[in-house]
Design a protein around this ligand. Structure first.
Ligand SMILES: [Zn+2]
Length: 99
């Protein structure tokens, strides 16, 4: 079983996993940190593994796979770097059927 840590205090909360309980407003299984009084949904819990690069934030589900959001720009840029991001955006937009 993989380890789950509190996103706030980094405590090991792997053993606090609970199933969904709609009667108390928990619609999906999750974890709970006693120290922080913080509920952590399953999909929010991160599972640090040895050698893992810590990723902050969660991935936008609408984000095109393979191209980090930081490499995209919806507006043409004034710098070559920004323009390259815009080209990325246009390329992906085209793949979605937009032009
Ligand atoms: Zn905590």
């Amino acid at each position: 079983m993989s380890k789950v840590c509190c996103p706030k205090c980094d405590a090991d909360i792997s053993d606090t996993n609970e199933g969904a309980d709609p009667s108390v407003g928990i619609m999906s299984g999750g974890y709970y940190c006693d120290a922080c009084d913080l509920g952590v949904a399953d999909h929010e819990a991160y599972e640090p593994l040895e050698g893992d690069v810590q990723i902050s934030g969660t991935r936008d589900p609408t984000e095109p796979l393979g191209t980090p959001f930081s490499e995209l720009a919806s507006q043409p840029g004034t710098t070559p770097e920004q323009q390259a991001k815009y080209e990325n955006f246009k390329r992906i937009a085209r793949s979605w059927g937009y032009d």
